[in-house]
Design a protein around this ligand. Structure first.
Ligand SMILES: [Zn+2]
Length: 84
């Protein structure tokens, strides 16, 4: 995959965390954070709030979730699909 910012080749990898207790992160609109005191605490509530649940996957005990990184300009592109 070519980086849409600088045009160089991106490196394929997966998004993960060191702790096995954490299995997802999220993207949420800035406006939501300005209007609410607390973050949605479940995947369902996150999706209902218009956010994206981004699962982690290491390919061993969880399905890999592919992300591409541009090592030149530091951009990351990945799949925002939710867990099945
Ligand atoms: Zn780039």
């Amino acid at each position: 995959m070519q980086c849409p910012y600088c045009g160089k080749e991106m490196t394929k990898g997966f998004l993960g965390v060191e702790s096995s207790r954490v299995s997802w992160t999220f993207w949420l609109e800035h406006d939501y954070l300005m209007k609410h005191t607390f973050l949605p605490v479940t995947k369902k509530k996150m999706q209902e709030a218009g956010g994206y649940v981004i699962p982690f996957g290491n390919g061993i005990n969880t399905a890999p979730n592919t992300f591409y990184v541009c090592r030149d300009c530091g951009k990351m592109i990945g799949d925002l699909k939710t867990e099945p």
